[in-house]
Write a protein that binds this ligand. Structure first.
Ligand code: SAH
Length: 262
């Protein structure tokens, strides 16, 4: 079944991707090209994408609006039988606050659908040319954040997640590097030698990458002046680029047959 169709009188939540306007999906781009109303998250959606909207399309930046004001625009558009796109950065399902919008649309009796997007973690990994899961090193990724104005539930405190090891991808947290490092070390698996990469505005023209270890990354991030809009990757996988891959994957192992190779 296809997902995420643009329909008159409904809202389509679209993932804009991490920044590079070519990192939106084909389907998301087509939706923008046919939209009558677009409400976009101004802080991290590339304005170049808005050039794709047709002549006469009503375009709103949601950055200065509160939830009710966003909903008023979405609902008014749908009631006027327009094609309404709600454009979110990265993938809308992560830190996108879409559930509360969908709930309000349910109450209003308005339909909606979602088109996924490339999340910041994958843009950061691509920019580094780094696989996030390696045999014998890590087969698990944890996507999380430190508490800001939004709290993080107790069982998901970074110190507890860090006790699982693996690859940790942190959103919304680069402004708290000292706490982040302390929590990661407190988990008891990562050490001062554990590699860390920080990617500021992955896939944008002003992208910046800082790499180090838990011992020095906080200082390096401070020196680079990065205080926001960065994704932090933590874990032993990051050593593969300098130290090599410890174990080759089974997928392409000549001695390993599977459904597509005898
Ligand atoms: N839905 C988005 C995340 C929104 S929360 C997604 O899937 O990517 C905003 C946070 O995402 C930022 O604080 C930053 O941590 C991260 N982020 C978003 N775009 C980014 C980019 N291009 N480069 C690095 N981090 C980014």
């Amino acid at each position: 079944m296809a997902i995420g169709e643009l329909k008159a009188g409904e809202v389509l939540f679209v993932g804009a991707g991490p920044g590079d306007p070519e990192l939106i999906t084909v389907k998301g781009l087509r939706a923008l090209q046919q939209a009558d109303v677009v409400v976009y998250a101004g802080s991290l959606v590339n304005p170049a994408l808005l050039d794709e909207c047709p002549q006469g399309c009503e375009v709103h930046d949601s950055a200065p609006l509160n939830l009710d004001q966003v909903l008023d625009i979405l609902i008014a558009g749908c009631r006027a039988n327009k094609k309404v796109v709600r454009l979110h950065t990265g993938d809308p399902a992560l830190y996108g606050a879409i559930q509360e919008q969908m709930e309000a649309l349910d109450v209003a009796g308005i339909g909606y659908a979602v088109i996924p997007g490339v999340t910041a973690t994958f843009a950061a990994a691509a920019s580094l040319k780094q696989e996030l899961t390696l045999p014998g090193v890590s087969q698990t990724m944890t996507l999380t954040r430190l508490a800001g104005r939004t709290p993080v539930p107790e069982p998901e405190q970074l110190q507890r997640l860090a006790a699982n090891g693996g690859t940790i991808c942190l959103y919304l947290s680069v402004g708290m590097m000292d706490k982040l490092v302390a929590d990661l070390l407190a988990g008891g698996i990562f050490t001062e030698q554990t590699p860390v990469a920080v990617v500021y505005r992955a896939s944008w023209p002003d992208e910046k990458t800082v790499e180090g270890t838990l011992a020095d990354i906080a200082e390096k991030v401070a020196d680079a002046g990065i205080t926001r809009q960065a994704l932090i990757l933590v874990g032993e996988v990051l050593n593969a680029r300098s130290k090599g891959v410890p174990e080759k994957s089974k997928l392409y192992d000549p001695g390993f047959a599977h459904g597509y190779r005898k």
